[in-house]
Design a protein. Structure first.
Length: 212
């Protein structure tokens, strides 16, 4: 079997490659950015693409539907355990979604199931997806990677000014983007957008309070 690892951290690719080679006998292909990943995937036709979302340039979410349209299976392995990212990736065509905190045995199980065409979502994330299915039933598929970042920061209680400083853009850019997110999700007020953002944080609740 051939597995393409797409992650911009060399150490992560090396560690995953050793695990998958030793445990599954897989031949490992690697890519550190979206253009290289797409080129290698289309040329080598791997049995599975294990994909990080936080890639330079267009990002992993941009890549998911293109790999899906090419008939390739994608397991997202992300630093984000928030269900909003999982919902967005699954809607884009990912076969499964797990976080980088997952144990080695569970990761191997996820890879085996994804290679067999079964949808695998890490248990804790699947629970949150179920708990927030009403909120996540909105059209999150229209959100870009930048939109998701802003939603995550809003859910953490950060102000638009703070978000702008973190992203290295102007306050006006963040405010305008927040306005477009509200339009995409069908909410009228910034307070409602923040409520949605809190609800879709890992461990968040529909009344906007953190988990006990």
């Amino acid at each position: 079997m051939n597995i393409l690892l797409v992650d911009d951290h060399t150490v992560v690719r090396a560690g995953l490659g050793q695990l998958l080679s030793a445990s599954l006998g897989a031949t490992i292909l690697e890519a550190a950015d979206t253009p290289t990943a797409l080129e290698v995937a289309l040329r080598a036709r791997p049995d599975l693409v294990v994909l990080d979302l936080g890639l330079p340039g267009a990002g992993g979410l941009w890549l998911v539907p293109r790999l899906r349209d090419a008939g390739l299976r994608v397991l997202v392995l992300s630093m984000h355990a928030d269900p909003i990212y999982a919902r967005r990736a699954l809607d884009a065509g990912a076969t499964g979604y797990v976080s980088k905190t997952i144990g080695a045995d569970d990761l191997l199980d996820a890879i085996r199931q994804a290679m067999g065409g079964q949808c695998y979502v890490e248990t804790a994330i699947a629970t949150l997806l179920d708990e927030h299915r009403d909120v996540l039933g909105r059209d999150f598929g229209r959100l870009t990677a930048r939109d998701l970042d802003i939603m995550r920061f809003l859910g953490e209680g950060r102000s638009l000014s703070d978000i702008a400083a973190t992203l290295g853009v102007s306050y006006k850019t963040v405010a305008n983007t927040a306005g477009m997110i509200k339009t995409k999700l069908g909410v009228a007020r910034t307070a409602d957008l923040i409520r949605l953002a809190i609800a879709t944080q890992a461990g968040g609740t529909m009344d906007g309070r953190g988990a006990a």
